[in-house]
Design a protein around this ligand. Structure first.
Ligand code: LMR
Length: 400
């Protein structure tokens, strides 16, 4: 017998919350844990642009034969255009190679395994705090994880000096995980000058950036949100990007993302990319087609692209509206503590500063589920659940 020796795994800090939420019998419970967009009615809709693309695919698809190891070629090209823009040196000189991969997580895992197996990079620097799954992914790929300072809890803002100081102690060849936009969990991003400074630091110290880019279009817009990546790619010759279309196309369960390798030249990129493909072949052979075909169908069609951009804008604007309403509603519920900083955060999340105990009380006493770090999914707030959420937070704060 071997399975009786296996120890119980601890619940995932984000997805485990959804399981606990589902098992909670209370009617007024609210799940603000996992980052999933909800509309005003509390549903996670399929975008119209996606439905239209699926209709097109239903008519035009003629085979379910295997894709190549790196997936749908039109999709991979479209990914590069979204990431860098058509006229960036990386695209014009064909210095990038992209493989479709299963979501942001799958893309990060492929990137990490490729790096560990084929390069001298054995350590990755990750912001403190960061997405809870980063540690898991990188540890599973045998990368050593170190943390760089990023956030100052006392003032609820960026600690850029700590970030630079920590990265200055990194060794040549180390990797640096950077959140392309809408930093998860803090919602605090680098500005253009800071991106430039980090890019120069990476160049000087020979650090290799690995971008986690899961929220393009949820900050200021598709182009605006890519500025950090493009600034870094102007300065640093080699980098990797793991991007996801779970959120910006609402394609959560299609698991659609990509890993993009950027090198000094097209020749070097293609040679290194052959090992990315070997990594994929040893993991899942080749990716599933549907999500990539949806994205590439939309991006190849002007009218569908336009519709997608509008739908993305609506999601972005609704989240921003909820952010403002959240801060106002907390005040209206008598909360004296200042939460105005939440208005300055980008993307799906607000990093509330609530303690682990307070987070637990919210769950146990009020059925309001947020991540243990105090991260709240603003994208799950609606006008109807807002009073429940804010009354619960006010009660917990009054109790602390
Ligand atoms: C999140 O941070 O909530 C999302 O990226 C979903 C996930 O897989 O954790």
């Amino acid at each position: 017998m071997i399975f009786n020796q296996v120890e119980q795994a601890s619940a995932d800090p984000i997805l485990g919350l959804t399981d606990a939420f589902k098992a909670d019998p209370r009617a007024e419970k609210v799940n603000l844990g996992v980052g999933i967009y909800k509309d005003e009615s509390g549903a996670t809709p399929i975008l119209k642009s996606v439905k239209l693309a699926e209709e097109k695919l239903l008519d035009s698809e003629t085979s379910k034969s295997y894709l190549g190891i790196d997936g749908v070629q039109a999709y991979n090209q479209a990914v590069q255009t979204l990431l860098f823009g058509k006229s960036h040196d990386v695209v014009v000189k064909k210095r990038a190679a992209t493989a479709q991969a299963p979501g942001g997580t799958g893309s990060l895992r492929v990137a990490a395994e490729f790096l560990v197996k084929n390069t001298a990079a054995q350590t990755i620097w990750v912001s403190n705090p960061s997405w809870a799954n980063h540690n898991n992914i990188f540890n599973s790929a045998n990368l050593a994880v170190k943390q760089y300072g990023y956030y100052r809890p006392e003032t609820h803002d960026m600690d850029f000096d700590a970030m630079c100081a920590d990265l200055n102690t990194a060794n040549a060849g180390d990797l640096v995980l950077l959140h392309g936009c809408c930093h998860n969990p803090t919602g605090i991003d680098l500005n253009s000058q800071q991106w430039e400074a980090i890019a120069k630091l990476c160049l000087d110290k020979q650090l290799v950036p690995l971008f986690d880019f899961a929220y393009q279009g949820f900050g200021a817009g598709v182009e605006e949100d890519a500025q950090g990546l493009r600034i870094v790619a102007n300065i640093v010759p080699e980098l990797l990007v793991a991007n996801s279309f779970s959120k910006n196309f609402g394609l959560y369960n299609e698991r659609i993302g990509a890993v993009t390798l950027v090198a000094e030249s097209s020749t070097i990129a293609n040679k290194a990319f052959s090992q990315v493909k070997s990594t994929i072949r040893a993991n899942y052979s080749n990716p599933p087609a549907h999500g990539a075909l949806i994205v590439s169908t939309i991006l190849a069609d002007e009218a569908l692209s336009e519709l997608w951009q509008q739908e993305l804008q609506q999601m972005r604007e609704r989240i921003a509206q909820m952010r403002g309403l959240f801060v106002e509603s907390l005040k209206a519920c008598g909360v004296e503590q200042n939460f105005d900083f939440i208005n300055d955060q980008n993307g799906m999340f607000s990093f509330s500063g609530l303690t682990k105990d307070q987070v637990n009380q919210l769950k146990v006493d009020h059925g309001v589920y947020i991540v243990g770090s105090g991260r709240i999914s603003v994208a799950g707030m609606t006008k109807s659940n807002m009073p429940v959420i804010c009354k619960a937070i006010a009660a917990v704060l009054a109790n602390s």
